[in-house]
Design a protein around this ligand. Structure first.
Ligand code: PRX
Length: 657
């Protein structure tokens, strides 16, 4: 039985709406299968065709995939291009300069629109300003910015001159920012005076000043500041520069730096299973090609669309589907500064109606929290708003539970917009497993099938395929163009984390568990298999939070685990042993609050434990290993059914439970 036939028998399957299928780039399962077969028949030829069709190359490539230094794969290596040219100039040259590139809605509702021509001019002025400051190809620039047109301009300007950007999410603390500036070896920092979210101002420039004062940032010679609120900031003469003053003095045109396809476009830090975040390094050609191609396939996006991705530019989703993907295909997009619940929880629905959004891409956490708020207040229910312009919905970042999927489908998509559940990661650069809207029958809770060319599989601990229906480890069997190229400054970590010897050294290890449906082969992601948590779609390493906790002078030992949560997917639960007496009552509450604030300062508010439990010790084996599985059960309030015979100190369970 074919995938489509067996899916048709699923009571829960949603078939592509005829209007969607007619419009789609991949129309019908036969078209999807033809692309899958094309990739299987001649893998390099398939990718070469897409790369030629999607991007404009300055020098065409002759080498498609070079595996000679595997797992350090190279794609299109002798081709040259410029990412900013592909995202901006190309559209202006084609006569689409007046097309709106960005509709920016500020926290307070003020709307600003920029055309492709205007965006290009702003990028050129800023690129020239960077060059005037001596910043050149290969230099690293850290961008610590709120959601803004200026944030996108800064990213594109770096790309234009061949500088590699590293965007740090505006919610990270000064310490996290400092660590990233030092690790990446930045020569410049782009930030803003204050960020506005939910009516509150956050002093980004102050945090940046603190980060720079922590040491190791001597190479940062320029701090370029976007004036957002006009709030008071400290000023270091000679180092600090206003973005508007710099750009006013520059020309509105700027010759792009033509770079090799493998030139690092950006480095983005993400959490892994150690205490130190890893700098995921992406290429120019492979990354941009897939950002553009997936816009066309997964979202069926066209220039006429009004695309809205609610992610932040500080995460990979904001790189692939705000800064680069939508601009690479010349679409119009909404960029939002604020939060979904301010001034009320109808903000998303109101903005979709106001800007006539056609494609809406958001996170399951946001949907789940808006469901709760809409059910308790009819004024912010999506049914109250005109959402008729929508034709496609997407989700990313964590598994979406069928109930939230169905609500999103019915109340936001009016039962005719496909809900595209996209599985991918910082490391993959773009979508990997997702339904094709005009082809794949949808099953709530499953991200369905791999994109054409993506060789996803489920294997056991030795790297052997497991049969459908049996859970296992999610891997990608062949390199693909938008994969990460390295962990910045740590090639050994790249090899060990992503191409482990235990799996034979050739499979890309995603770090997720998965199971494929017995009949359809559809993938369902079962969650991380390493020490990485997913809180509201944000990726956090348990070791990072543990390191932050033990850095506090009161703390002797700490272990962090995740607990399932209806709204945020997971929450952080910390088990802590203090150097002094185990606190109880009000003391315990006060110290827990102090430690939460401490983690907020060390990493950022997103990493704050929801709950902290104190013990005189942690559950350990006789050899001293912390029994994390036990801690997970304790955090979840489950009865302990595991074997505790190897536990050195069983009495501790009562204290921590
Ligand atoms: O566990 C998977 C989960 O998010 C992880 C990647 O996190 P990050 O690199 O921050 O990128 C998030 C945005 C792409 C994955 O290893 N994840 C992401 N998308 C899904 C998902 N889990 C289930 N379903 C998804 N659609």
């Amino acid at each position: 039985m074919s995938t489509t036939e067996s899916i048709l028998e699923e009571p829960q399957a949603f078939l592509p709406h005829a209007s969607v299928a007619a419009y789609a780039a991949i129309s019908g399962m036969d078209a999807y299968r033809a692309l899958v077969a094309e990739a299987e028949r001649d893998y390099p030829a398939f990718w070469a065709r897409l790369a030629r069709e999607t991007l404009q190359w300055k020098t065409p490539f002759s080498s498609v995939l070079d595996e000679s230094r595997a797992p350090f794969y190279e794609w299109f290596r002798d081709g040259t291009l410029n990412a900013s040219y592909n995202c901006l100039d190309r559209h202006v040259e084609a006569g689409n300069g007046d097309h709106v590139a960005v509709i920016f809605e500020a926290d307070d509702g003020t709307v600003t629109q920029v055309t492709y021509r205007a965006l290009l001019e702003r990028v050129c002025r800023f690129a020239n300003a960077l060059r005037t400051r001596g910043i050149k190809k290969g230099d690293r620039v850290v961008i610590y910015m709120p959601m803004s047109i200026e944030g996108i301009v800064a990213m594109q300007a770096c790309a234009r001159i061949g500088a590699t950007h590293s965007v740090v999410f505006g919610g990270f603390s000064s310490k996290s920012l400092n660590e990233r500036i030092v690790n990446v070896g930045a020569v410049a920092l782009v930030t803003c005076d204050e960020q506005m979210r939910g009516g509150k101002a956050l002093p980004l420039k102050n945090i940046a000043d603190e980060a720079l004062a922590m040491g190791g940032c001597e190479a940062v010679k320029s701090v370029i500041v976007y004036r957002r609120t006009g709030g008071k900031v400290a000023w270091h003469e000679g180092r600090d520069l206003w973005m508007h003053e710099l750009t006013q003095a520059e020309e509105g045109t700027c010759e792009p730096e033509w770079v090799n396809a493998e030139h690092p476009l950006f480095i983005l830090y993400t959490s892994g299973s150690t205490g130190v975040p890893k700098g995921v390094q992406h290429s120019t050609g492979g990354f941009l090609m897939w950002a553009a191609q997936t816009m066309k396939w997964t979202f069926d996006a066209k220039r006429s669309d009004v695309f809205w991705c609610t992610a932040d530019i500080g995460w990979i989703t904001g790189h692939s589907y705000i800064a680069y993907g939508p601009t690479a295909i010349g679409a119009t997009q909404v960029v939002f500064e604020g939060v979904p619940t301010w001034p009320n929880a109808g903000r998303f629905w109101q903005m979709i109606a106001k800007h006539r959004v056609t494609v809406f891409y958001t996170a399951p956490t946001a949907i789940r929290s808006l469901i709760k708020l809409a059910e308790s207040d009819p004024k912010v229910h999506p049914d109250r708003f005109d959402l008729t312009t929508l034709r496609l919905l997407g989700t990313v970042g964590e598994p979406i539970n069928p109930a939230a999927w169905t609500w999103f489908y019915e109340h936001v998509g009016h039962s005719h917009c496909p809900v595209i559940d996209t599985w991918w990661q910082t490391e993959t650069g773009g979508h990997m497993i997702a339904p094709m809207p005009g082809a794949t029958p949808l099953v709530p809770g499953s991200c369905t099938l791999p994109l054409p060319g993506i060789m996803a599989a489920v294997v056991d601990e030795t790297g052997r395929d497991v049969p459908n229906g049996q859970g296992g480890i999610l891997v990608i069997k062949r390199p693909w163009p938008s994969m990460l190229r390295n962990v910045w400054g740590d090639p050994d970590r790249y090899t060990k984390s992503y191409f482990p010897e235990e799996l034979g050294g050739k499979l890309y290890l995603a770090g997720d568990g998965a199971v494929r449906d017995e009949d359809t082969g559809y993938f369902t992601i079962t969650g991380r298999i390493d020490d990485v948590l997913n809180v509201s779609g944000h990726r956090l390493g348990t070791m990072e939070i543990e390191s932050a906790l033990v850095a506090n002078p009161l703390v002797a030992e700490a272990a962090v685990v995740g607990r399932a949560d209806d709204t945020t997917g997971e929450v952080v639960v910390a088990f802590v042993v203090l150097k002094g007496k185990r606190p109880t009552g009000d003391d315990a509450i006060a110290i827990a609050n102090e430690l939460r604030a401490w983690v907020g300062k060390e990493i950022g508010p997103i990493a704050k434990p929801k709950e902290i439990r104190f013990g005189e010790n942690l559950p350990k084996t006789r050899s001293g290993k912390i029994m994390r599985r036990l801690l997970r059960s304790l955090a979840a309030g489950e009865e302990i059914t595991q074997d505790v015979s190897t536990l050195e100190n069983p009495a501790i369970l009562d204290q921590l439970g």
